[in-house]
Design a binder for this molecule. Structure first.
Ligand SMILES: Nc1nc2c(c(=O)[nH]1)N[C@H]1C(S)=C(S)[C@@H](COP(=O)(O)O)O[C@H]1N2
Ligand SMILES: [Mo]
Length: 525
C-alpha cells in the first residue's frame, strides 16, 4: 500500500471513530434525558442558541425557514457536531488523550447550555451531557487505540499486522454502533412513554359549555373571494411561534397554576378542574405575532374558550393600577421557563383577557399551549399569549424584564393596524378584466372601520368590507378591480376604530411590530 493511501485509510478510521464517539455521546445523553425530553443535548444546545440569537438573525431565520426554523437549527447543530467529531477522531490517532479530552469539552459545553436555559431545573439538567461526554470520550479512546496499527512483530509481515488491527477496530466499531443505537432507541422509547400521560389527559378532557357563548358570527364575515384567508383559522393551520425545540407535553392531571406577587392578598394555586368549574367565556379573537412582517402569515383567528383572567386577579386581591394597584406588570411563566409580561391595566380593563383551555371546540393542541394558555386581545403574542402557562406573578415593569424584553423587544406592544392582500399573490399573472382583490385587516381591540386600495399611483378607493365580527377579530375586505394589461402595484391600507389611518412609515418587526403598507406586484396579461 502506498503511504498516501495508508494515511488516507487511517484517517478514515479516525473519522469513523470520531463519528461513532459522537453518536455514542448523543445516544447516551438522550437515554439519560429520557425522563425529561427537553433536557436532551441537541435540544438544550439549540435552546441556548435560540436564547442568544440576536433578534435580527432570529427574524432572518423565521423569514427564511418559516416554521421549519427549529428543524434547520437542530440539523445545523448535528452537522457542526459531525464535522468536529471527524476532526477529533483523526486527531485522536496521534493524540489519543487530547481527542478524548475534546469530547469531554463538549460535555462541559452541553452542561453549560443546559444550565443556562430559562427552564433549567438545576444540576440534573447537566447529567445527560456529562454522561454522554464520558461514554463518548471512552469510546473514542478505545476505538482510537484499535485504529492504530500494532507495530509488526519481528519477522512478521507488516501488512498482515495492519489487517489484524483493522479487523479489531471494525469489531469494536460494530459493538459501539450497536450499543449506541440501542441506548438511543431506549431513550426515544422512554421519551414517548413520558408523553403518553399528557396525551391521555388531553384526549379525556371534556370542555364544559361556556357560561357566555361567543356572539354568533355575523352573516358574511367570510367573503367568497378565491384565495382569501379563512375567517376562522383551523387549528392545524394556525401559525406557531415559540422557542420550544421540543413541544412541552403537560399532563393536565398534575398541572397547576399559581397566582402570587405584589398586591396579591390571597395567593392561590388552581388545578385544571378548578378552573373548568368556573364560568367560562367563549370569544373569537385574532392573535398576531410581533415578528409578522408587513403582509406576513403569523396571524390567525380562533374561537377560544377560557376563564376570564380579570376575575381571577380580583379574587386574588389585585387592583388595576388606575385604581391604586401597585403592580403594573403581570408576568406569565410557562413550564418551559418562558416569561411574558402584560400590562395589568390592559388585562383588567374589561376586555376579554382569558386563560384559554379550548381552541375552535377542541382542548388546546399541544403546539398551542395545552392545557392552558393566556390571551389578551389587542396585544402581540409575546406580551400576552403565554402557552403552557403555570405561574402568574404580579410585579412592576421597573422590577422585572421578561424574556423578550431582555432581548431588546419593547416592554409594551399593542397590535399595530395592518391590512394584508391575500389575493392575488405577488407576481401573479391574472388576465385583464375583472380581478378580485381581497384580504384581511386587523387592529385588535380597536376594530377596522375602513380599508382602501390603490392601484399604482392612482387614487385611494374604498374596498368593500365584510361585517366586523368583534373589535378583537380581523375583518375581511375585497375590491373589484378592472385590470388593464401590464405590470401593476396594488397597495392596501386600513383605518382603525379610533380613526387612525395605518401608517405608511416602514418599520422593522423589532422592537414593537412592523408597520407600512402591504403592496403586491402583478403582471396583467
Ligand atoms: N411558553 C411560550 N409561550 C409563548 C411563546 C413562547 O415562545 N413560549 N411565544 C409567544 C409568541 S411570540 C406568540 S406570537 C404566541 C404564538 O402563539 P401560537 O404559537 O399558538 O400561534 O405565543 C406566545 N406564547
Ligand atoms: Mo410572537
Amino acid at each position: 500500500m502506498s503511504s498516501f493511501r495508508r494515511i488516507l485509510s487511517r484517517s478514515a478510521l479516525g473519522a469513523l471513530a470520531g463519528l461513532l464517539a459522537a453518536f455514542t455521546a448523543l445516544s447516551v445523553a438522550e437515554l439519560v434525558a429520557g425522563a425529561r425530553p427537553a433536557a436532551g443535548p441537541v435540544t438544550v444546545v439549540g435552546g441556548a442558541v435560540v436564547d442568544r440569537t440576536p433578534a435580527a438573525v432570529k427574524d432572518f431565520a423565521i423569514r427564511t425557514f418559516g416554521e421549519s426554523d427549529k428543524f434547520v437549527l437542530q440539523l445545523g447543530i448535528l452537522a457542526v457536531v459531525a464535522v468536529l467529531a471527524v476532526g477529533l477522531g483523526v486527531l485522536s490517532l496521534s493524540h489519543r488523550r487530547t481527542g478524548a479530552a475534546g469530547v469531554l469539552l463538549f460535555g462541559v459545553l452541553g452542561s453549560a447550555a443546559a444550565l443556562s436555559r430559562p427552564d433549567s431545573a438545576g444540576i440534573g439538567d447537566a447529567l445527560p451531557s456529562i454522561a454522554g461526554a464520558l461514554t463518548g470520550a471512552l469510546a473514542l479512546y478505545i476505538l482510537a487505540a484499535k485504529a492504530i496499527p500494532v507495530p509488526a512483530p519481528a519477522g512478521a509481515d507488516g501488512e498482515g499486522a495492519g489487517m489484524w488491527s483493522r479487523r479489531g477496530f471494525l469489531a469494536a466499531a460494530g459493538v459501539t454502533a450497536v450499543a449506541a443505537a440501542s441506548a438511543g432507541a431506549l431513550g426515544r422509547f422512554l421519551t414517548g412513554r413520558q408523553g403518553q400521560g399528557a396525551v391521555a389527559s388531553r384526549e379525556s378532557l371534556i370542555l364544559p359549555a361556556p357560561a357566555s357563548a361567543a356572539p354568533a358570527l355575523p352573516r358574511g364575515v367570510q367573503l367568497k373571494a378565491a384565495g382569501i384567508s379563512a375567517f376562522t383559522t383551523p387549528n392545524a393551520d394556525f401559525y406557531r411561534v415559540d422557542t420550544a425545540l421540543t413541544v412541552p407535553r403537560v399532563d393536565a392531571a398534575t398541572w397547576r397554576l399559581r397566582i402570587h406577587g405584589e398586591g396579591v392578598t390571597r395567593p392561590r394555586t388552581y388545578s385544571l378542574d378548578q378552573l373548568l368549574a368556573r364560568p367560562l367565556i367563549e370569544r373569537d379573537i385574532t392573535l398576531t405575532c410581533v415578528s409578522n412582517e408587513v403582509g406576513g402569515p403569523y396571524i390567525g383567528t380562533a374561537r377560544w374558550l377560557g376563564v376570564p383572567l380579570a376575575d381571577l386577579l380580583r379574587e386574588a386581591g389585585v387592583r388595576r393600577p388606575s385604581q391604586g394597584g401597585q403592580a403594573d406588570q403581570l408576568v406569565a411563566r410557562s413550564v418551559d421557563g418562558m416569561t411574558l409580561g402584560s400590562p395589568v391595566e390592559d388585562v383588567m380593563d374589561g376586555r376579554d383577557a382569558m386563560l384559554a383551555v379550548g381552541m375552535n371546540g377542541q382542548p388546546l393542541p399541544f403546539d398551542h399551549g395545552f392545557p392552558v394558555r393566556m390571551l389578551v386581545p389587542g396585544l402581540y403574542g409575546y406580551v400576552s399569549a403565554c402557552k403552557w402557562i403555570t405561574e402568574i406573578e404580579l410585579t412592576t415593569f421597573d422590577a422585572y424584564d421578561p424574556y423578550w424584553v431582555k432581548r431588546n423587544w419593547a416592554r409594551k406592544a399593542p397590535v399595530k393596524t395592518q391590512a394584508r392582500i391575500d389575493t392575488p399573490k405577488p407576481f401573479a399573472r391574472p388576465a385583464a378584466g375583472p380581478v378580485a382583490l381581497a384580504g384581511v385587516a386587523w387592529a385588535q381591540h380597536r376594530g377596522i372601520t375602513r380599508v382602501e386600495v390603490r392601484v399604482d399611483d392612482g387614487p385611494w378607493q374604498d374596498a368593500d368590507l365584510a361585517p366586523q365580527a368583534t373589535v378583537d377579530t380581523w375583518r375581511q375586505w375585497s375590491f373589484p378591480w378592472t385590470a388593464t394589461p401590464g405590470g401593476h402595484t396594488v397597495t392596501v391600507r386600513a383605518t382603525d376604530g379610533t380613526g387612525q389611518v395605518q401608517t405608511e412609515r416602514r418599520a422593522r418587526t423589532i422592537p414593537d411590530g412592523a408597520s407600512g403598507w402591504h403592496s403586491v406586484f402583478v403582471t396583467v396579461t
